[in-house]
Every structure is written in structure tokens, then in C-alpha cells.
Design a protein around this ligand. Structure first.
Ligand code: 13P
Length: 262
């Protein structure tokens, strides 16, 4: 059953790459990836909102490009007086397939809570898109032995009220905050231990089939040089990649981790 989970490698561009640069990045990525890659791995890019239309038309214009379009965030309401926010309905209209929800930068810098994350996950599903729901602990929490309590608490709260089949179709990204943008990657064993605990929590909250189906990504300083080892872990089904996704050569190499070894 676990072997049935197709890996998903997602590039989270964060606040990098403008809409003109984005066209070139995606064209290069399309050139570098082949149909063999898309058979082995699902690939998504998550550009800033202002790039989405350009990236959508670029992807749709490239015949051999099967990169999925994703966003980095959305609001939970469809429309209204929410200055500066972006509706999930608008993202669906741009053919976004995936939306990152509850990234640690949004939680830490923009006040997102487990409750707003849960509302956003539901809003993403309401528009037939797939959420990538993020969780992760700080260095202080890890050192205090609170990793599982923090991460599993975020998972339980984020998944509250969802249907089992929704959870089975979604993605959970485990991103230890101390490993994001620091060059410090969790060891494959540490990453596996937490991803395994996340799957066990999904089994408890829902059921064994749901837990076997949900895809769990690891994120935090993933590069082409460490992807194969991380992806070789039984409960790691992909990667959420920041810095290494900005360079199409490096990101393509990372997507092709199975060819470059570990
Ligand atoms: P880095 O790959 O730059 O560490 O970022 C990870 C991340 O936050 C992806 O969402």
C-alpha cells in the first residue's frame, strides 16, 4: 500500500522571482524534465500570486510540461472585504491544483493559527484543489523534547472536521523550522521518525487506509544532493523545496533524484 504513493516534489518560491523571470524559469524546467520524470514523480511550482497567470499560460503553452501549478496561501472566504487577501475561487479559476496552507512563515510572521489553517484547508477542498498543509517545530521545541506534541497537535487541529477521503487525497508537509533556509537538514532518520508519527496520527484520527494514502512531504534545506536519501524513507513521499527550487537546473536535478543517487 505505501508503495502506491507517488512522490510529489513541490517548489515553494516564497517571495522570489517576478512574473517575467517566472516565464523563463518554467520554460527551462519544462525543457529539462521529460515524460519519464512525470511518470516517476508529480511536480508542482508555487510562485507568488502576481506570477500565477504568467506561469499558468506558460505551462499550458508548453506541450510536454506536466508541472502542476500551485499557490502559497489563500484566504478561507470566497470574496468580500478582505483587503490584500486572495480568494481560493480565484486560484481555482487559474487552474491552480495545489495550495500550500499554514507554512511556518505564515504562522510565525503573519499570525496564522491552527484554526485559520483548518478553515483554509477546507476552503481549498471546497474549490476542488489539494491542500499541502504544513507543520513543524522550532529548535527550542525540538530541544525541549516537544517535537511530537507540537507537530501532531498541528496535524490534528488542521485536519479537524475533514472527511477521510479528503485527507487521503491531500498532502501534509513536515518542515522543521530550524531546517528552513538554514542549510541544516534533518537527518533522514529524524525526518522519517516525525513523518511516521504523522502517519500514525492520521490512522488514529481517521483510519489505516487514509493514513496509507496521505502523502507526507519533508521540507527544510532539501537539495539535489540530499533528496535521494530523504525520499528513500518509508514515510517520506516527497519534498517541499524552497531555495533549491529557484534555480531550474538544480530543481530539475532534485526532481530527478532517482537518477542522481544519494
Ligand atoms: P528551504 O528549502 O529554502 O530550506 O525552504 C523550505 C521551505 O520552507 C519550503 O516551504
Amino acid at each position: 500500500m505505501p508503495g502506491d504513493r507517488k512522490p510529489l516534489i513541490s517548489g515553494n518560491w516564497k517571495m522570489n522571482i517576478n512574473h517575467l523571470e517566472a516565464i523563463q524559469v518554467v520554460q527551462k524546467l519544462a525543457y529539462l524534465l521529460s515524460s519519464d520524470d512525470y511518470v516517476a514523480v508529480d511536480v508542482s511550482v508555487h510562485p507568488p500570486f502576481t506570477d500565477l497567470r504568467s506561469v499558468q499560460t506558460t505551462i499550458e503553452g508548453e506541450k510536454r510540461c506536466e508541472v502542476a501549478l500551485g499557490a502559497q496561501n489563500c484566504h478561507w472566504e470566497d470574496k468580500g472585504a478582505f483587503t490584500g487577501e486572495v480568494s481560493p475561487a480565484f486560484l481555482a479559476k487559474l487552474n491552480c491544483a495545489l495550495v500550500i496552507v499554514g507554512h511556518s512563515e505564515r504562522r510565525e510572521l503573519f499570525g496564522e493559527t491552527d484554526e485559520t489553517v483548518n478553515k483554509k484547508v477546507k476552503a481549498v477542498f471546497a474549490h476542488a484543489m489539494t491542500p499541502i498543509m504544513c507543520c513543524g517545530e522550532t529548535l527550542e521545541e525540538r530541544e525541549a523534547g516537544q517535537t511530537d506534541a507540537k507537530v501532531l497537535g498541528q496535524v490534528k487541529a488542521g485536519l479537524a472536521g475533514l472527511k477521510a477521503e479528503q485527507v487521503a487525497s491531500m498532502v501534509i508537509a513536515y518542515e522543521p523550522i530550524w531546517a528552513i533556509g538554514t542549510g541544516k537538514t534533518a537527518t533522514a532518520e529524524d525526518a522519517q521518525a516525525v513523518c511516521g508519527a504523522i502517519r500514525a496520527t492520521v490512522a488514529e484520527q481517521f483510519d489505516a487506509d487514509t493514513a496509507a494514502a496521505v502523502r507526507i512531504q519533508y521540507g527544510g534545506s532539501v537539495k539535489s544532493s540530499n533528496a535521494a536519501e530523504l525520499m528513500g524513507q518509508p514515510d517520506i513521499d516527497g519534498a517541499l523545496v524552497g531555495g533549491a527550487s529557484l534555480d531550474p537546473d538544480e530543481f530539475a536535478k532534485l526532481v530527478q533524484y532517482r537518477l542522481h543517487g544519494g
